[in-house]
Write a protein that binds this ligand. Structure first.
Ligand SMILES: [Zn+2]
Length: 269
């Protein structure tokens, strides 16, 4: 019995995997490839979103404070009632937009050059709905940044009576001003106050994140191509930099990747 069992070991073989096990074990490499692909995609998407936030904050801090070089400066004014006007100044440059808004009373004359404020504001910006309960004057600034699209925004309600934002020497945020969707960084070691926008403009945010998520793999592919062609130029394998000088190889003896030399050798012979 014992010898028979040893002579015919297949009789002792355990039964093969059940059909559902076969399905899961049939293509482990394909499963791993899919997992790797999903991980890589997620990695680049997260990298794209982080890059988008970093670029938006950098645009905000670097471009928002400069007073010169605005590409576009439009003004829109609407009459809210007989004595109350709503005006919007729109200042734009690539990567940054600022809307300077004001509702004020006591001005009745009308300038024909004024456009409609609805043409100058954006979908995320504030329209004065409670203008009739506000005091004599109400100012606010809306700022957004990001490249290639605007992706982050913040709003500064100017409530401090000493703060006149139209004066270029009075741009600091005052104690009674209110910052909406933004963080104020005011430290002694910084040369000036810094606002970090936290509001999200979703269309721009998604577009920019996808843009950067695609840009990084393209950049890496370009780098790989350049590195491969440089290695081939030096007579090395483009894939693993194995030294191919001294003999003509169709494929690399080290890693098996084609060296691209077949046609050259065929034309010589
Ligand atoms: Zn190689």
């Amino acid at each position: 019995m014992g010898t028979g069992r040893l002579a015919r070991p297949w009789l002792r073989c355990p039964p093969g995997p059940l059909p559902h096990d076969r399905v899961s074990l049939a293509h482990p490499s394909r499963y791993n490839d899919n997992v790797k692909r999903v991980r890589t995609t997620l990695f680049f998407l997260i990298l794209g979103a982080v890059s988008n936030i970093v670029v938006a904050i950098a645009c905000f801090v670097l471009l928002g404070e400069q007073s010169e070089g605005w590409n576009e400066m439009r003004v829109g004014v609407a009459r809210l009632d007989d004595s109350c006007l709503w005006s919007v100044w729109r200042l734009k440059r690539p990567g940054f937009l600022r809307l300077e808004c004001r509702v004020w009373q006591g001005k009745t004359e009308w300038d024909d050059r004024w456009e409609s404020p609805n043409d100058t504001i954006e979908s995320w910006s504030l329209q004065p709905s409670d203008w009739n309960v506000i005091p004599q004057r109400y100012d606010w600034q809306e700022m957004a940044s990001g490249w290639p699209c605007l992706a982050m925004w913040t709003r500064l309600h100017i409530r401090d009576p000493l703060h006149d934002f139209t004066s270029p020497v009075n741009t600091r945020i005052h104690p009674r001003d209110v910052l909406e969707r933004g963080l104020l960084v005011d430290r002694a070691y910084l040369p000036r106050q810094v606002i970090l926008p936290t509001g999200v403009i979703w269309t721009g945010f998604v577009f920019n994140s996808l843009f950067y998520a695609l840009l990084f793999p393209l950049f890496c592919l370009g780098l790989c191509r350049v590195r491969r062609s440089l290695r081939r130029h030096r007579g090395l394998c483009g894939h693993c930099s194995y030294d191919l000088r001294g003999a003509v190889h169709e494929v690399c003896p080290e890693c098996g990747s084609p060296t691209g030399r077949r046609r050259a050798s065929a034309s010589v012979t």
